[in-house]
Design a protein around this ligand. Structure first.
Ligand SMILES: N[C@@H](CCC(=O)N[C@@H](CS)C(=O)NCC(=O)O)C(=O)O
Length: 236
């Protein structure tokens, strides 16, 4: 039995982490038996981030390493039928959404003064009041530092919005109007894109990324299609 450890629900999302949602979609599409559990403090995960998968007495941390594990477990079913070129395009898209757009989404929640109270409620709500302010404040400063080290945090908000628009336009241009990226059924790279965009479209209340993303209608309907076909939705 496999156990996927994720973040607890927040912001109207049943599975709020795009990395966790991607793996949930993949496990489900591979028809593997699994259970979901959550922990609210990612520092308790083997590498300080979620998800991790508990499998066969091991704890496998990082969604990409979980994908590798599942591919081996299923004798190559994750990448079956994909050409090297498709896999290359898939990883290029993965880097775009997970190493660039993701950080803009994080900033649109954590570093927007108006949105920040939702983060405090959604992620730190169970803590008693004085501790809640302290712990959330420390986590926010750490997030701002990481965003700055990434590089995106050194730009003005208008410049950050420009980066987000180019990411979203790139995605809008490559996702198909019908069907999926590399075939008739959604696969790993569809899950990667749709899991990221599900949070952008459906987190409540809207962030500045949500307001921007809804303008990309092809990307929105593609995100809905992947969730509907996989039967796994990010929102509650
Ligand atoms: N490369 C990792 C990224 C996972 C990740 O960033 N998870 C976030 C939740 S969406 C997290 O746990 N963040 C906690 C932190 O950075 O302290 C993966 O693919 O699993």
């Amino acid at each position: 039995m496999l156990e996927l450890v994720t973040l607890p629900p927040a912001f109207g999302m049943r599975n709020v982490s795009p990395f966790c949602l991607k793996i949930e979609m993949l496990l489900s599409s591979l028809e593997l038996e699994f259970s979901l559990s959550d922990i609210s403090d990612p520092r308790k995960a083997p590498k300080g981030k979620l998800p991790f998968l508990i499998a066969d007495g091991q704890r496998i941390a990082d969604s990409e390493l979980i994908v590798q594990y599942l591919d081996t477990l299923t004798s190559g079913r994750v990448f079956a039928g994909l050409t090297d070129e498709q896999i290359g395009h898939g990883y290029a898209l993965t880097r775009l959404v997970e190493d660039h757009l993701y950080w803009l989404m994080v900033a649109s929640r954590w570093l927007d003064e108006n949105w920040w109270p939702n983060v405090v409620r959604g992620f730190f709500g169970p803590l008693p009041v004085p501790l809640r302010q302290i712990v959330s404040g420390v986590a926010r400063r750490r997030m701002a530092q990481t965003y700055n080290l990434h590089g995106l945090g050194r730009h003005t908000l208008e410049e950050q919005k420009g980066f987000a628009r180019r990411d979203l336009q790139a995605l809008e241009s490559v996702v198909p109007a019908a069907g999926f990226l590399f075939g008739d059924h959604p696969g790993l790279f569809d899950f990667t894109v749709a899991a990221m965009m599900a949070g952008a479209y459906d987190n409540k209340p809207a962030t500045w990324i949500t307001d921007m993303a809804v303008q990309y209608k092809g990307l929105h309907s593609y995100t809905e299609r992947v969730q509907e076909t996989s039967g796994v939705w990010g929102r509650k």
